[in-house]
Every structure is written in structure tokens, then in C-alpha cells.
Design a protein around this ligand. Structure first.
Ligand code: THU
Length: 136
């Protein structure tokens, strides 16, 4: 599954819309049902409107009913790790951060394997906010 996920991230990176940074990112998420969802970074001339590849893949998963992330692969030229906002969004769907694998792959196919716990050991958690009636 690791290879399949990494391959999906590498393949989709070609579709990144990154005319400003020219830094193409592809992401592939494996959900709790074994489904794979892909995403790319989508930049905007109003730079702050840019969405990262990881969050774009997670939005695909959520739209299809997925609520649990088992692993995520991120493909870039230099094997970069997910940004802080993306780590927080990944954590939203990962109750056990130690069991979620993050694979970062560079343009040569070199893979660095980490866990979400390695990258975001002290992230803000939903049990830190009071439970509200009707919250999912
Ligand atoms: N980017 C991602 O897609 N994921 C990250 O985790 C870090 C950054 C994108 C945003 C922007 O389009 C480009 O990479 C340069 O920052």
C-alpha cells in the first residue's frame, strides 16, 4: 500500500496548479476503508487563497464520506514535509497520531517515512474544546 500511495501522489503532482511558486505538490490519502484520494496544490493570484495538496486530498476524502486517515503520501521535487496548517487538518481525522504514516517522496523517488506524531507531537485536539450539542 505504501508504494501505491506514493505512486498516486507522484502521478497527480503533474496536475498541480502552481504558476506562482512553481513548486508542484501531489498528495494521496489512504482512508479507513482502504480508499485512496488524491489532491494537488491550487494556487491563486491572491496568494493567501492557495490550497495545499494535502488539504485538497482530504477535502476529496471528506466529500466521499471518509472520516479517518490511515496514511498520507506527499510528492514534491525535494521531499518536503506537510506545512503546519496541513498537519493540523490531517490530525483532525487521526485520533491516534502514532499510527498514521506520512510518506514524503522527492523527484528521484526517495521516500522518507514518518508518523503524524513525529511531525505534530503536541497538536491542538478536539478534546481541548468543550463538546457542543450536534457536533460531528
Ligand atoms: N504546499 C503544499 O501544497 N503543501 C504543503 O504542505 C506546503 C506547501 C504548496 C503551497 C504552494 O502552492 C506551494 O506549495 C509553495 O508554498
Amino acid at each position: 500500500m505504501k508504494d501505491k500511495l506514493v505512486q498516486a501522489a507522484r502521478a497527480v503532482a503533474a496536475n498541480a496548479y502552481a504558476p506562482y511558486s512553481v513548486y508542484h505538490v501531489g498528495a494521496a490519502v489512504l482512508d479507513g476503508d482502504g480508499r485512496v484520494f488524491v489532491g494537488v496544490n491550487v494556487e491563486n493570484v491572491s496568494y493567501g487563497a492557495t490550497i495545499c495538496a494535502e488539504r485538497s486530498a482530504i477535502c476529496q476524502m471528506v466529500a466521499q464520506g471518509g472520516r479517518a486517515i490511515r496514511a498520507i503520501a506527499v510528492a514534491t521535487k525535494d521531499g518536503g514535509t506537510p506545512c503546519g496548517i496541513c498537519l493540523q487538518v490531517i490530525a483532525e481525522f487521526c485520533p491516534d497520531i502514532a499510527s498514521v504514516d506520512v510518506y514524503c517522496v522527492n523527484e528521484h523517488g526517495r521516500i522518507e517515512s514518518m508518523t503524524l506524531g513525529d511531525l505534530l507531537p503536541f497538536g491542538f485536539k478536539s478534546d481541548m474544546v468543550p463538546k457542543k450539542e450536534g457536533r460531528d
